[in-house]
Design a binder for this molecule. Sequence first.
Ligand code: SF4
Ligand code: SF4
Ligand code: FES
Length: 247
Amino acid sequence: MKKNTPAPDAPRSLTFNILRYNPQEAGTAPRLQPYQIEEADSMTLFIALNEIRAQQDPTLQFDFVCRAGICGSCAMMVNGRPQLACRTLTQTLPTETTLAPLPFFELIGDLSVNTGKWLRGMSERLQTWLHTVTTPDLDRIEARMAPEVAEAIYELDRCIECGCCVAACGTAQMRHDFVGAVGMGKIARFRLDPRDTRTDDDYFDLIGDDSGVFGCMSLLACHDVCPKSLPLQTQIAFLRRKMVSIG
Ligand code: SF4
Ligand code: SF4
Ligand code: FES
């Protein structure tokens, strides 16, 4: 008898096992809930989750804003690896995928976490803004900056604050005060900026301990998972050398 095999280009059936938990609902426990959908051409994980929410379960919580890898809000654990849902094509995934919220950050519900709360605290602690003694004069032409310096600053400014580097970081899982690769990247960015008047001694006060560069184990999971391919490896190594020379 002739076997009923699917055509070679038949769409795959995808199963998403999603970690469901709403900390606001007393008495509930985390559980894995499976959902099945049919894969479409060029489908992203973001599109798949929207389809699940629209057609199967309106209670499913996850975040997105830009759908273009810019806002950093759709990061989640995809088969144990932090990545952006909107930049993950389902064709790169097996037929069965487990989704969980980023660890480390405060859980809002299901796949949604409050990265903003932690990032704001980190930014305030590291003072990730320009420190300058000159008062800006809006009527004057801006001060010039060497193109290669502007380029290097821009390279680090591409960080979208998605939290993937922190979610992948062994040190961050052990100590909540660790500033993570995102924090060290920001210090590296202001260190490069000729308008910032802070010295390396000032930066040492901010990251010269185990919650900063000396807590980093240099295993570089952050570098491997950063969706914007920031040069985290080079920057962390450079900052550590600088801080060692001061300490
Ligand atoms: S290299 Fe440092 S910051 Fe990056 S993941 Fe490892 S411990 Fe965390
Ligand atoms: S450094 Fe990379 S992984 Fe970390 S928050 Fe910025 S963009 Fe995300
Ligand atoms: S929705 Fe903005 S980065 Fe994915």
